[in-house]
Design a protein around this ligand. Structure first.
Ligand code: GCO
Ligand code: MN
Ligand code: MN
Length: 391
């Protein structure tokens, strides 16, 4: 991979990775680690070498849960030094509310009030840490906020508890003048049997019920919508349309499986293409965060190849998107499909009594309208040919 080609990442691309992504040691439910753990400082250097712009973390990716205040200070100082040496920044931070046994029944939605209180304490401390390191976006992924059996918890209680927690934490961030934005990340299941608010659309509906909806948006993840068999682009577009696309988790996987967290662009080329095209067309200016892992077969050279691959695939697809937008035949077919005739144009638009009356009395030639072929086969084939590199 040449370092001078046009698919080289640049800071303005805002490519970020979590410490937990390149730091994954390859555990899965059937097997233990396959890579030695690297320190956060080493991971920052690995990411810098791969060409990333930023690094994100859960509180305990950086600070072990039982670290003393002195240990915490040393770790933070070393991490800051690594950031200064490499120029990497920390745009986002989050809380680990899933690994510890205390969260086995959820964090903010757990039935035991002590667990809910502990989750709030842990999150306030993690917010302090994230802000200290420069984070402007704070992600909430409710990994354990769910159930195996609905006998165990009322979904209404869960919604209320989650709302209370987010309202509390919004006030905390405001009180401390942190200027943070919160981004809620949906997932349909895994590790719980069912997670609450399983889709980005569900999150968007929930945000409207909070005390400070203006500071809360979403962090959609490609694999999570695909696990549910949904169209990720549509979820992202809905979030964008609502002014709520505060962050995005890019990765890939086969539909309707467990969370595979593959390299962005590894699997769903066409879906990834339309996603990149969307983000570029609308001018999304947030982080392009890769929440993915290298295959379990890899050593750390493979992890670097994985990280470079994520960014490179994004940039290749961005170039393809530019070509697609500039392709006269593709654009011609699109324009033709939406071609307006003057008579109908006058019928559409904002409501008025006259327009409604004109519309009600208009005679539509249903058969003639329906009889026109839309050329979508051709349009899609041109897209596929462009993606396959022969156009
Ligand atoms: C997952 C999630 C997590 C979150 C992370 C940040 O499926 O494990 O995607 O990786 O994104 O915890 O909140
Ligand atoms: Mn995920
Ligand atoms: Mn994620």
């Amino acid at each position: 991979m040449s370092t001078t080609d046009s698919y080289q990442s640049r800071p303005e691309d805002k490519f970020t990775f979590g410490l937990w992504t390149v730091g994954s040691i390859g555990r899965d439910p059937f097997g233990g680690p396959v890579r030695e753990p690297l320190s956060p400082v080493d991971l920052v250097h690995l990411l810098a070498e791969a060409g990333a712009y930023g690094v994100n973390f859960h509180d305990n990716d950086l600070i072990p849960i039982d670290a003393s205040p002195a240990e915490r200070d040393t770790i933070v100082a070393n991490f800051k030094k690594a950031l200064a040496e490499t120029g990497l920044i920390v745009p986002m931070a989050t809380t680990n509310l899933f690994s510890e046994a205390i969260f086995k029944d959820g964090a903010f939605t757990a039935n035991d009030p002590r667990v809910r209180a502990y989750a709030l304490q842990k999150t306030m401390r993690a917010i302090d840490l994230g802000v200290e390191l420069g984070a402007g976006v704070y992600v909430f992924w409710g990994g354990r906020e769910g159930i195996e059996s609905d006998a165990t918890k009322s979904p209404l209680d869960a919604a209320k508890r989650l709302r209370d927690a987010l309202n509390f934490l919004c006030e905390y961030a405001l009180d401390n003048k942190y200027g943070l934005k919160f981004a809620l990340e949906a997932k349909p299941n895994e590790p719980r049997g069912d997670l609450y608010l399983p889709t980005t659309g569900a999150m968007l509906g929930f945000i409207a019920t909070l005390d400070h909806p203006e500071m809360v948006g979403v962090n959609p993840e490609m694999a999570h919508e695909q696990m549910a068999g949904l169209n990720f682009l549509h979820a992202v577009a809905q979030a964008w349309d609502a002014g709520k696309l505060f962050h995005i988790d890019l990765n890939d996987q086969n539909y309707a499986r467990f969370d595979q967290d593959w390299r962005f662009g590894a699997q769903s080329i066409k879906q990834s293409f339309f996603l990149v095209k969307f983000l570029e067309d609308v001018g999304y200016a947030g982080s392009r965060h890769f929440d993915a892992h290298a295959y379990r077969t890899e050593d750390y050279e493979g992890v670097k190849a994985f990280a470079r691959g994520c960014m490179r695939n994004y940039l290749i697809l961005r170039e393809k998107a530019r070509r697609w937008n500039a392709d006269a035949e593709i654009q011609g077919l699109l324009a033709e499909a939406g071609r307006a005739d003057p008579a109908t144009a006058a019928l559409l638009g904002t409501y008025s009594g006259e327009r409604a009356a004109a519309l009600k009395s208009h005679a539509f030639d249903r058969a003639a309208i329906a009889g026109r072929g839309l050329n979508y086969e051709r349009l899609d084939q041109l897209t596929v040919e462009l993606l396959l590199g022969i156009r």
